[in-house]
Design a protein around this ligand. Structure first.
Ligand SMILES: Nc1ncnc2c1ncn2[C@@H]1O[C@H](COP(=O)(O)OP(=O)(O)OP(=O)(O)O)[C@@H](O)[C@H]1O
Ligand SMILES: [Mg+2]
Length: 238
């Protein structure tokens, strides 16, 4: 079942195109990795999918009964955001905000949902801690729990492992893969090609235009996929 259909998209800001000629689709249960160099338009695409910015042209359609408020989002982190002075519990509950309309307090069900998501990710013990005192790995889990609180069906993750050491990054990818196996559709931006080779069902490789979109196996056989993997392997061996 198609949940997201993008056709002939041109993305950018104030009339200036950043990405051209982009068409792809995401089906329920997919795990799409979006790869590409710094500045290639990955975060711009995520923000367009979330309708935070309009496409310059083309269309983004939700399908299979998916509603925009069933999409959870983990934004790309900046150092200032890592210093956010709120409790873990508050941050995770705030994932419910876009379902609440004008109601100024969390319902019992929303509080229970936040608690369940903390437990699902193994961080219930951190609920009362202040977010900015946590390690980078713990902070990313908290943001994943927040996205889960919002996401009934789809998770959009913008570099969920940025700033994490290899073992924390691995744990994060394992968690995300588990959520995907449990039925959530996952779309993640990443610079980690070996992780894409291991976990992705599909790959979209951007360079201001799509260099590749398709199943992981086809990507790994493609010219662009082989070149990138060889480069990643070279870095590993160096
Ligand atoms: N709010 C904005 N207004 C104008 N231009 C922007 C804005 N945000 C991003 N850009 C430009 O759009 C281009 C793509 O940026 P984007 O953030 O999508 O890249 P990215 O692929 O996510 O890069 P990174 O890997 O560094 O996160 C860049 O040239 C960037 O300068
Ligand atoms: Mg980005």
């Amino acid at each position: 079942m198609t949940q997201l259909l993008c056709e002939d998209l041109v993305l950018g800001y104030e009339g200036q195109a950043v990405v051209n000629g982009l068409s792809f689709q995401v089906n329920q249960g997919d795990y799409l990795f979006i790869l590409g160099e710094n500045g290639s338009g990955k975060s711009t695409l995520i923000k367009t999918l979330l309708r935070l910015i309009p496409p310059l042209s083309g269309k983004v359609e939700l399908g299979g009964g998916l509603r925009a408020d069933q999409i959870g989002y983990l934004p790309q982190q900046t150092p200032a955001q890592r210093d956010f002075p709120a409790s873990v519990e508050e941050i995770v509950r705030s994932g419910c905000l876009n379902r609440m309309g004008r109601r100024p307090f969390y319902s019992r069900a929303e509080k229970a949902e936040a608690q369940a998501d903390l437990e699902r990710l193994g961080i219930a013990g951190l609920a009362r801690r202040c977010y900015r005192e946590l390690s980078g790995g713990q902070q990313q889990r908290v943001l994943l729990a927040r996205a889960l609180c919002a996401a009934q069906r789809v998770l959009l993750l913008d570099e969920p492992t940025s700033g994490l050491d290899p073992s924390a990054a691995r744990e994060m990818y394992e968690l995300i893969a588990r959520l995907n196996r449990e039925g959530l559709t996952v779309i993640t931006v990443s610079h980690d090609l070996p992780a894409a080779a291991r976990y992705a069902s599909h790959v979209l490789h951007l360079a201001h235009r799509p260099l590749f979109f398709g199943p992981r196996e086809a990507y790994l056989q493609s010219e662009v996929g082989r070149a990138c993997l060889a480069m990643a392997k070279g870095e590993e061996d160096a």
